[in-house]
Write a new protein. Structure first.
Length: 128
């Protein structure tokens, strides 16, 4: 599951960087993410704290090679993508599109890793 594991470093990276940005420099981070909405400072910082916590959990999954959770990271992010799409349709804030793109790139990477790793494993075990 080497490829899948590598894809999750991207996920941990954007969660940790985005979380730190939203927690410690919320206005700057929102501007960098092209936000056009007005968001309460405390709620943005809370979102940052939650992203940091999730980033630390993903980092532990990667570090400890908990391969059983790799597919779950895709399922969770598919839910997040659905929410981001709904939020965009409600607000038309470009922030939601930027976040959607960041998360979607990670989902694509992890899915590709899962499929390639499964194919490699099946080939090694003699299955077709």
């Amino acid at each position: 599951m080497r490829r899948t594991r590598l894809s999750l470093f991207y996920v941990a990276g954007y969660l940790l960087a985005g979380g730190a940005g939203l927690l410690f420099a919320p206005r700057l981070t929102l501007a960098l993410f092209l936000s056009s909405g007005a968001y309460d400072d405390v709620m943005v910082r809370l979102a940052g704290a939650l992203l940091l916590a999730l980033g630390l959990l993903v980092l532990q999954v990667v570090r400890l090679r908990v391969e059983q959770l790799y597919p779950t990271t895709v399922a969770v992010r598919l839910l997040i993508l659905a929410c981001l799409a709904a939020f965009y349709l409600r607000t038309y804030d470009p922030l939601m599109l930027v976040l959607f793109a960041i998360v979607a790139l990670g989902v694509a990477g992890t899915l590709a890793g899962l499929l390639l790793d499964r194919e490699e494993r099946d080939r090694a075990s003699g299955r077709s």
